[in-house]
Design a protein around this ligand. Structure first.
Ligand code: FES
Length: 163
């Protein structure tokens, strides 16, 4: 079935069409816009750029940066930098695996949480640190995780305050 090209995509392609390394730049712009690179957009790009779809997926899967699935509503970033690691971050991560049922880079089925590992969030004095959305929580223990997650409602804004 023929689908119409999203105008924004046509503009992005037009902007980069004649430039070197354009495929990566176009994919970057798309990911910035959508938070990931939707499959249907890859199809459209393949046609617009006359590049095989396999080549587009080769690039998308080569770079960890690109995401093929929509991001979760909240990104849960566990700091595994040295200070956090030594103060128990691995246990926090284990608990998050257990409660959310996902591994790093995955999103929960309900689309609420996406789990990531990061290296130092710049607040080592609060170690171990977990960031949810744009809020930082420090001095966490394994037993804090369940309460922390439960404070994020399905409807919207978290009611938790940063520790
Ligand atoms: S090591 Fe975790 S915030 Fe620096």
């Amino acid at each position: 079935m023929e689908t119409s090209v999203v105008p924004d995509i046509a503009n992005v392609v037009e902007k980069w069409k004649d430039k070197k390394g354009n495929l990566i730049m176009i994919l970057h712009e798309i990911q910035n816009q959508y938070g990931y690179v939707p499959r249907e957009i890859s199809f459209q790009l393949s046609k617009l750029l006359d590049v095989p779809l396999a080549r587009i997926y080769e690039v998308l899967t080569f770079y960890n940066y690109f995401k093929l699935k929509p991001p979760g509503k909240y990104t849960v970033s566990v700091c595994m930098g040295t200070a956090c690691y030594l103060k128990g971050a691995p246990e926090l991560l284990e608990e998050l695996h257990h409660i959310l049922g996902i591994k790093e880079g995955e999103t929960t089925k309900d689309g609420m949480f996406q789990l990531e590992i990061v290296r130092c969030l710049g607040c080592c004095g609060l170690a171990p640190v977990v960031k949810i959305g744009n809020k930082i929580y420090g001095g966490l223990k394994r037993s804090d995780i369940v309460n922390l997650l439960s404070q994020y409602s399905k409807e919207g804004a978290p009611v938790a305050q940063p520790v």
